[in-house]
Design a protein around this ligand. Structure first.
Ligand code: NDP
Length: 291
C-alpha cells in the first residue's frame, strides 16, 4: 500500500508555480490575482478561505479577501461580483460556499465571469468540461487528477466508482475519470443516496472516490484487494483528545481499508491540499489567458 501524499504533491505544484510567477515578474507581466468572497462567519469556510489566501502569498500571487456580512442581500452580493468581473486587476474570483440560505448559490455562480471562474462551477465551465473542451476544472476533482498524474497511476480501462454526485465534487469527478485522457479512460459508476447495493458496486471498483460527507462510511468489506482509494470527505467528529475538541475524519475508515489498497489518500493531507494546488493552477491559467 502506498499513501498518495497530497501535502508534498501540492507543495511541488506550488513550488513550480512560484518559479512561473518569478518568470512573469522578470518579463514585466502581471502577477496572478485571486479575489475571494466570504459571506458570514462560518468557521469551516474561514479556514478554507484562509488556506487559499495563504497559498497565494506563498506562491507570490496577489489576493484580496472580501468579507461580507451574512445578512447581505443577494443583489448587493451580485453587485460585488460584477465589480470584480469588471476589475482588470482581478484574474480569478471565488465565492466560498455555502452561502446563507437567503442567497441563491446558482444566481451567484452564474454571475461570475466565465473567464475568471477559477472554481469552475459556472454552467459554461461545466458544459465545456463535459464536451472535453478547455475549461476551468473544479478544484477538488482537478486536484485528484493531478495527484493520480503525479503518482503516474495509469487508470486506463479501470472501473471507477464515485460515491457522491454533487456539482462540485462527484459529478465533475465522474466526467474527468471517464474522459479520453490520462489519467482517465475509466468506466465510471456514479452513486448517490438512492443507489441500491452500494457495497456490491464499491467491491467492483478498481478506484473508489468517496465524496459523500459521512465519516468513515467506506469500510474494508466494501473494498476489493488492490483498489485505489480517494477519500474526499472532511467531517469534524468530536474528539476529546484534540485541543480543538474535534478531529477531521474522511469518508473512509482508513485503518482497516488502507491494508487492502494499492494506493490511498489520507485525511488530512490528501485531497484537501490538492484542492488548493488546483485552485492556484486555475488562477495562474486565468491570469495568463486574460492578459
Ligand atoms: P454534498 O453533500 O453536496 O454531496 C454528497 C453526495 O453524497 C450527494 O450526492 C449524496 O447523494 C451522496 N450521499 C450521501 N449519503 C450517501 C449514502 N449513504 N450513500 C451514497 N451516497 C450518499 O457534498 P460535497 O460533494 O460538497 O462534499 C462531500 C464531502 O467532501 C464533504 O465531506 C465535504 O466536506 C468534502 N469536501 C472536501 C473537499 C476537499 O478539498 N477535501 C472539497 C469539497 C468537499 P444525493 O445526491 O442523493 O443526496
Amino acid at each position: 500500500m502506498q499513501i498518495l501524499d497530497g501535502q508534498t504533491t501540492s507543495q511541488a505544484i506550488k513550488d513550480a508555480l512560484k518559479i512561473q510567477v518569478a518568470q512573469l515578474i522578470n518579463e514585466g507581466k502581471k502577477v496572478p490575482h485571486l479575489a475571494a468572497v466570504l459571506v458570514g462567519n462560518n468557521g469551516a469556510s474561514e479556514t478554507y478561505v484562509g488556506a487559499k489566501v495563504k497559498a497565494c502569498a506563498e506562491i507570490g500571487f496577489k489576493s484580496t479577501l472580501i468579507r461580507l456580512e451574512d445578512d447581505i442581500s443577494e443583489n448587493k452580493l451580485l453587485g460585488v461580483i460584477e465589480d470584480l468581473n469588471n476589475n482588470p486587476e482581478v484574474d480569478g474570483i471565488l465565492v466560498q460556499l455555502p452561502l446563507p440560505k437567503h442567497i441563491s448559490d446558482e444566481n451567484v455562480i452564474n454571475a461570475i465571469s466565465v473567464a475568471k471562474d477559477v472554481d469552475g462551477f459556472h454552467p459554461i465551465s461545466i458544459g465545456r468540461l463535459v464536451q472535453g473542451l478547455p475549461s476551468f476544472v473544479p478544484a477538488t476533482p482537478h486536484g485528484i487528477m493531478l495527484l493520480l498524474e503525479h503518482y503516474k497511476i495509469n487508470t486506463k480501462g479501470m472501473h471507477a466508482v464515485v460515491v457522491g454526485r454533487s456539482n462540485i465534487v462527484g459529478r465533475p469527478m465522474s466526467i474527468l475519470l471517464s474522459s479520453n485522457t490520462n489519467p482517465g479512460n475509466c468506466t465510471v459508476t456514479i452513486c448517490h443516496s438512492h443507489t441500491r447495493n452500494l457495497k456490491e458496486i464499491c467491491l467492483q471498483g478498481d478506484i473508489i472516490v468517496a465524496a459523500l460527507g459521512k465519516a468513515e462510511f467506506v469500510t474494508a468489506d466494501m473494498v476489493k484487494e488492490g483498489a485505489i482509494i480517494i477519500d474526499v470527505g472532511i467531517t469534524p467528529v468530536v474528539d476529546a483528545s484534540k485541543k480543538s475538541g474535534f478531529a477531521l475524519k474522511g469518508d473512509v475508515k482508513f485503518d482497516e481499508v488502507a491494508p487492502k489498497c494499492s494506493f490511498i489518500t489520507p485525511v488530512p493531507k490528501g485531497v484537501g491540499p490538492m484542492t488548493i494546488a488546483a485552485l492556484m493552477k486555475n488562477t495562474f491559467k486565468a491570469c495568463v489567458e486574460n492578459n
